[in-house]
Design a protein around this ligand. Sequence first.
Ligand code: FMN
Length: 514
Amino acid sequence: VTVYVPRDSSALAVGAEALAEAIQREAAQRGVDLRLARNGSRGLFWLEPLVEVVTLAGRIAYGPVQAQDVPELFDAGFLAGGAHPTRLGPIEQIPYLQRQQRLTCARVGLIDPLDLDDYLAHGGYRGLHRALEHTPEEIIAAITASGLRGRGGAAFPAGIKWNTVREAPGDVKYIVGNADEGDSGSFADRLIMEGDPFALIEGMTIAALAVGATQGYIYLRVEYPHAHATLERALATAYRAGYLGADVAGSGKRFDLEVRLGAGAYVCGEETALLESLEGKRGIVRSKPPLPALRGLFGQPTLVNNVLTLATVPYILAEGAEAYQQLGTGRSRGTLPIQLAGNIARPGLIEQPFGISLREILYDYGGGSATGRPLRAVQVGGPLGAYVPAAHFDLPLDYEVFAAQGAVLGHGSIVAFDDTVDMARMARHALAFCAAESCGKCTPCRLGSTRGVEVMDDVLAGRQVEAKLALLRDLGETMRLGSLCALGGMTPYPVLSALEHFPEDFTAAAARSR
Ligand code: FMN
C-alpha cells in the first residue's frame, strides 16, 4: 500500500513529519507492508496534514490528520480507504480541487517532487522535447501566441521580453528565476518549488534555449529552507539524468542552473535589486534604462521571470499555445494560480482561468471568513496592492479590469479581512512597511514613507485630520510618480484605496479623539 504524506512547509508546519513517522511506526508494529511517499501540498491548507492512501478506487484523502490519530486510522482500515471521521473521500472529488483547472500546478501534490520518473510519467519534459524540435524563434512565437504574461507582478508579455533578450547582443546571456516571493499571502512559487521543482527547472531550460542563455540562477529567499532542499536535490537529479549541463537532453546545447540564496529583503524581489544582490552587492534598485533584458546580470543580457511564469512554459510547449490561449478573458490569457489567505475559512491554492470573480473565490472556494463575520475588504497582489471593498467583490480577475479600478492582480495573492479591520491602521501599516523595506536610493520612497507614517499617526490621533489627509494624498501622488521602482511607486495603492473606500475609518479616529 502506498500512503502519501506531504513534505510541503504548509503540512510540516502542522505536524506532517510526526505524522509520517507515526504511520511508519504503526505499519511496522502491525507488520503491514507500506510505502510512504512524500508529495507536495494539494494546497487545501485547512485540511493539512492531508494524507492520501492509494486504493483500487483511487487516492482516498484523510485530513486533517495528526500523529495521535494513526492507531485509530489503522483500526478503521484506512489503508483500504475505510471509514473514519477524517475521511474526505477520493481526493479528486473534493469540490475545492475538482472545480479547479490546474495547468501550471497540475502536478503539485500529485507526484513525488523528487522522483524524476514520476515527473516523466505525468507529462514532465514533454515540453522540452517539443522545444528541441523547434528553433528558438519558434519557441518564442509559441510563448507570444499563448498570451502568457509575467506572473511576478507587472504582467509584462513574456514573449516580448524573451525576444528582447534573444536579440540583445552579448557574449553570455543569463536567465534568472525570481523565487523571492516576498508578497504577503503569496505562496504559489513555494508550492511549485516544493511540490514540482522539475517544472521550474524544465521551464528555465526551455527559456534558456529560446533566448540563448547558458547559465541560470534561481534566486531564492533564505526563509524557504524546504524549497531550497528540494530544489538542490532536484537539480542534482536533473544533472545526473542529462537534463542540465553540457548536453541538455542530447541536444548538444549547454545549460547550467544553480540556486542562489537571498537574505529575504522585500526589495530584492524587484528585478534590478535582485541582480545587484546576485552580484554579491547590497540589494539596491538600479535606474532603468538599461533594461535587464539588455544589460542585466554582470552587464549581460538577462531574462528575469517569476517562478510561475517559468513553470507555465512546459505546459505551453507540450500542449500548444492555443490550448493555453483559449482560456481566460480579455488580454488576461490562461490560468492564474490564486493564493487565498488571511481571515478565510478555507485558505489555499486555487488555479482557475482568468475571469473568475473575487466573490466566487472568497465564498465558493474560501467559504467566507474564518471568524464567521462579514468580509469587509481584501488586499489583492501583495503588500503594495489596493484594498478592494466588498462592494467590488464581483470584479473578475483580469489585469485590465483591476487596473481600471486602481487595483492590481500582481502575483495573485488575496488576503481577506473581516469587518473588525481598521483600514486607517492598514494604511499606516503599508507606509511603515515601505519605510522598513525601502532600499533608500530614491527620495520619494525613502523619506515619503517615513513622512507618511507620521501623517497617519496624526490622523489616527485626530490631529488636523482634513489637512493631514490632503497632505497624504499629495504625498501619495509624489511617491507614485517619483519613485525609482514600484516599492515606493505602489505604496500609495493600499493607502489611497483604504482612504477612498473606507473614509469613515479615517474620520472615526478623529471622532474618538474629540
Ligand atoms: N517578482 C517576482 O517574481 N517575485 C518577487 O518576489 C517580486 N518582488 C518584487 C518586489 C518589488 C518591491 C517590486 C517593485 C517588484 C517585485 N517583483 C517580484 C517584480 C520583478 O521586479 C519583475 O517584474 C519580475 O520578476 C519579472 O518576472 P515576470 O515578468 O515573470 O513577472
